[in-house]
Design a protein around this ligand. Structure first.
Ligand code: ZN
Ligand code: ZN
Length: 144
């Protein structure tokens, strides 16, 4: 499946070929702090299919929860996470693209969850949390 996307400000664009079966939710604490969100959703792109415009900032996380060094990249202007990969020369074997920046994100259904021992406990009850299409939940639905 061909995918493409851009960071929040548009300075960085990506395109690649992915197998949607490789869409994964990661609940590790690195992904929580690295996204500022409850979990990270990634899809693995084969290195030789990966194309990018713009220059992300990269840093090497040497103490990842997995114990392996990982390069994390993000847009230096808007901060959107772009991908993680292993240290080495381009093209690397794979790039774990951040699904939230991809235009096809609604078609990339996660197939597995990893590091569930650090998953935030309220995720299992997500449907029970008051929700709305609007930016705020109407007062009548708020749980007090
Ligand atoms: Zn950006
Ligand atoms: Zn993770």
């Amino acid at each position: 499946m061909k995918i493409d996307g851009a960071c929040h400000c548009g300075a960085i664009t990506v395109a690649a070929e992915v197998d949607p079966q490789d869409t994964t939710i990661c609940h590790c604490t690195d992904c929580q702090s690295g996204t500022g969100a409850a979990f990270r959703v990634t899809v693995a792109a084969a290195g030789d299919s990966f194309k990018m415009t713009g220059q992300p900032t990269a840093y090497l996380k040497t103490t990842a929860a997995s114990g392996r060094p990982r390069i994390q990249t993000f847009c230096p202007t808007c901060g959107s996470p772009i991908f993680s990969t292993s240290p080495g020369e381009h093209p690397r074997p794979s790039y774990n693209l951040r699904v939230g920046i991809l235009r096809q994100r609604d078609r990339l259904l996660p197939k597995r969850q990893i590091w569930v021992r650090s998953a935030l406990p309220w995720l299992a009850e997500l449907d029970a949390i008051a929700h709305s299409d609007l930016a705020t939940v109407p007062a009548s639905q708020k749980i007090r």
